[in-house]
Design a protein around this ligand. Structure first.
Ligand SMILES: *[C@@H]1O[C@H](CO)[C@@H](O)[C@H](O)[C@H]1NC(C)=O
Length: 331
């Protein structure tokens, strides 16, 4: 009887133990690596119940335009969140900057994004919407409640729609319906000209907010409790009024949302997803911020050198749009 047999069991146990520790270490490392993205911090996936709030698999389409992008390579897709009952805003957008044929030789598409109206669905409103959708083919509606605090859900559904139904597009813009958009300036000067420039990747721009902080005052419209967001500042993000991004980001932002706890500020939320991806929003200043998120009194030639201006009711938008058509000849 040698020592080997006598010590055989303990030795094997020790080997097993060492192997186990090693495997755990490697597995842990790998897990971490997979879930890191290219961001600087290593985010953890959010708990399942929280992720379900913004997961595309939670919601179903009520109205959809699955063929909107088929056979086309749109240069720009305008994604407009709007309340189901807000027909007048949709019509104003359709007749102003949302016209799909406003620029010759550039494919621009327009999609309105809607949830469901509160309470019991009003069958008449829904019938009207279906008719409107058949007529214009620009409405996507999903079965979440359309509310201010669900705008993050809406935005993430837009990202998913772009990634699954329109991934061949170059750029998309999330833009509210009460905004003036200078399509020509955006397409020709900021993003293009479309024929001579390869589309950028990992690109997002708008009115960049780099010093945002969570409001801890319960009465604030932007109140965020510490349980939801613990840090004392937000990473740079683009104001939700209107921002432009290369469409490759849609799928990546959608992916990154697995690691970002939902919060009811959609633009901050997109900023947090961008941090996971290691993407920084680009600044676009010339003489002033090209994305003017306040309201500015209308002046044809001033507006001709901006991408967006905030704060328009439908009749105002229609009125200035008419005048703005003279800008190319007079400014
Ligand atoms: C968001 O939508 C979901 C699904 O319809 C709904 O259950 C929830 O109450 C909504 N949240 C808010 C704050 O409106």
């Amino acid at each position: 009887m040698g020592r080997g047999t006598f010590n055989g069991w303990p030795q094997r146990l020790v080997k097993c133990f060492v192997l186990l520790v090693l495997l755990t270490f490697i597995a842990g490392f790998f897990f971490n690596y997979i879930h890191r993205g290219s961001g600087s911090q290593s985010p953890h996936p959010v708990e399942r119940e929280l992720y379900e709030v913004i997961s595309p698999s939670t919601y179903k389409y009520v109205l959809n335009q699955p063929d909107k992008c088929k056979g086309k390579q749109p240069f720009l897709v305008l994604m407009v969140p709007v309340a189901p009952g807000d027909r007048s805003s949709r019509d104003a957008v359709r007749n102003t900057w949302g016209q799909e044929d406003s620029l010759p030789d550039v494919v621009i598409l327009r999609i309105f994004f809607l949830g469901l109206t509160a309470g019991k669905q009003d069958p008449r409103t829904q019938g009207d919407l279906e008719r409107e959708s058949r007529e214009h083919r620009d409405i996507v509606q999903m079965d979440f409640l359309d509310s201010y605090r669900n705008l993050t859900v809406k935005t993430m559904m837009m990202m998913n729609w772009l990634a699954t139904s329109c991934a061949g597009a170059s750029y998309a813009m999330k833009i509210d319906a009460d905004i003036f958009l200078n399509v020509r300036y955006l397409v020709d000067r900021l993003l293009g000209p479309p024929t001579s420039t390869a589309p950028r990747r990992s690109y997002i721009t708008g009115s960049v907010i780099s010093d945002g902080q969570p409001r801890r005052d319960r009465k604030s419209k932007w109140y965020i409790p510490e349980e939801v967001y613990l840090e004392t500042s937000y990473p740079p993000y683009v104001s939700g009024a209107g921002y432009v991004f290369s469409v490759d980001l849609a799928a990546r932002i959608s992916w990154a949302s697995r690691f970002v706890r939902p919060l009811p500020l959609e633009d901050v939320y997109v900023g947090l997803c961008l941090r996971v991806l290691g993407v920084r929003p680009a600044y676009t200043y010339s003489l002033r911020n090209l994305f003017e998120v306040r309201h500015l009194a209308y002046e044809r030639c001033l507006y001709s050198r901006l991408v967006i201006v905030n704060g328009f009711k439908p009749p105002q938008l229609l009125r200035i749009w008419h005048d703005f058509q003279k800008a190319p000849f007079t400014c």
